[in-house]
Design a protein. Structure first.
Length: 318
C-alpha cells in the first residue's frame, strides 16, 4: 500500500463514532443520481453501486439524469436521509458559472462525502503539428496566433476547460472547435481535421501507442501512475498547470454527520479494494478517496479557479 493510501485509510477508519441509525443504514434501496450514461461519473456510479449493493446486502440503483442541472436539482430537493446520493464530476459545481438560474447551490445544498476518482487529461496533438513538446507548441502558437485549433466536447466539459486554462496560462490564441461529444472530437483529431486536444488519458492510449496521435504531456499536477513515463504539462514549460476530470459523491445538505461518516467509510473502503482500484485504473482513473472536509475544500478552490477562467474567457453554456 502506498503512503498516500495508508494516510487516507488511517484517517477514515480511526476515531469514527456512528450512532445506532447510521449503523443500521441502509434499510431500503439507495439511489445514486448521476450524469449521462458512458461518462466518467456513470462509470464511478456503477462500480460503487455494484460494490455497495454486495456489501450492504441492499439494492443500490444508478439513476442517469444527463449532464445538466437536473442531477444537482434532484439532490438539492431530496430528503437528507442517505437514500438519495449524487455521483458527479466537476461540471456539477461549475455549472452556476456557465448558466443563469441554476436551481441549486453546490456549496449550500450539498454535503460532500468523498472525491472518488480523478481522470487526468492529457495533451495530445496530431502528428502533422510541427511541435514535439509543450514549449514548442506554445512557441508555435505564439508565432502563428489563431492558426492552431483545438477540439473539445460541450461547453464547460473538462477537456474544454483544460484547453482554456492552457491558453490563459500560456498566453496563446488557439481556436476552439466544439463538438457535441468527446468521441466525435477525438475522431476528427485523429483524422487531422483539428490539431490539439486535452482528452481523458484512458481514451487516447491506443492512438498514442499506434502513432496516430503525439503525446505532449499529462495534465495532472504530479506524474500519474496511469502513465508515469509521460511528463506533466507543469514540468514541461507551464508551471502550475493542472487539469483533470474529477468525480465525487455528495449527500443532500443537512445530512447528519454520523451518516456522512458511515457513507465515507464504506465508499472509501470499497474503492481501495484491489479489484475496484484495478477497474478504475483500466478506465484511465486514479482512486482518490479523500475526507469530506478535503473534498469540500477542493470544490471551493475549483470553483474559484475555474470560475475565473470561465469569466475571463467569456464562456457561456450552450
Amino acid at each position: 500500500m502506498q503512503l498516500r493510501e495508508f494516510v487516507f485509510l488511517a484517517g477514515i477508519l480511526s476515531g469514527i463514532t456512528l450512532d445506532a441509525s447510521a449503523q443500521r443504514y441502509p434499510e431500503k434501496p439507495v439511489r445514486l443520481v448521476t450524469g449521462a450514461p458512458a461518462g466518467g461519473a456513470d462509470l464511478v456510479a456503477r462500480l460503487v453501486a455494484a460494490g455497495l449493493s454486495e456489501n450492504w446486502a441492499q439494492q443500490v440503483i444508478v439513476d442517469n439524469r444527463g449532464n445538466g442541472a437536473i442531477p444537482g436539482q434532484i439532490l438539492a430537493r431530496a430528503q437528507p436521509d442517505g437514500y438519495t446520493l449524487l455521483v458527479n464530476g466537476s461540471n456539477i459545481w461549475i455549472l452556476p458559472f456557465l448558466q443563469n438560474h441554476v436551481p441549486y447551490d453546490p456549496v449550500k445544498d450539498f454535503s460532500t462525502i468523498t472525491l472518488t476518482a480523478s481522470f487526468p487529461n492529457i495533451l495530445v496533438v496530431h502528428p502533422a503539428v510541427a511541435a514535439k513538446s509543450v514549449r514548442e507548441l506554445i512557441a508555435l502558437a505564439k508565432a502563428k496566433p489563431g492558426s492552431l485549433n483545438y477540439a473539445s466536447g460541450p461547453t464547460g466539459s473538462a477537456n474544454h476547460l483544460a484547453a482554456e486554462i492552457f491558453k490563459a496560462m500560456a498566453g496563446v490564441d488557439i481556436v476552439r472547435v466544439s463538438y457535441k461529444g468527446s468521441a466525435a472530437a477525438l475522431t476528427d483529431l485523429i483524422a487531422g481535421q483539428v490539431q490539439v486536444m486535452f482528452p481523458n488519458a484512458g481514451a487516447v492510449t491506443p492512438y498514442i501507442k499506434s502513432g496516430r496521435l503525439r503525446v505532449m504531456a499529462i495534465a495532472s499536477a504530479q506524474p500519474s501512475t496511469l502513465a508515469p513515463e509521460i511528463p506533466t504539462v507543469a514540468a514541461s514549460g507551464l508551471p502550475g498547470y493542472e487539469s483533470a476530470t474529477t468525480v465525487g459523491m455528495f449527500a443532500p445538505a443537512r445530512t447528519r454527520a454520523s451518516l456522512i461518516a458511515r457513507l465515507h467509510q464504506d465508499i472509501v473502503r470499497l474503492i481501495y479494494t484491489p479489484e475496484v482500484k484495478e477497474k478504475f485504473f483500466n478506465a484511465g482513473a486514479e482512486v482518490v478517496g479523500n475526507t469530506p472536509q478535503q473534498f469540500a475544500a477542493t470544490v471551493k478552490s475549483d470553483m474559484a479557479r475555474l470560475g475565473k477562467v470561465i469569466r475571463d474567457a467569456g464562456i457561456r453554456g450552450e
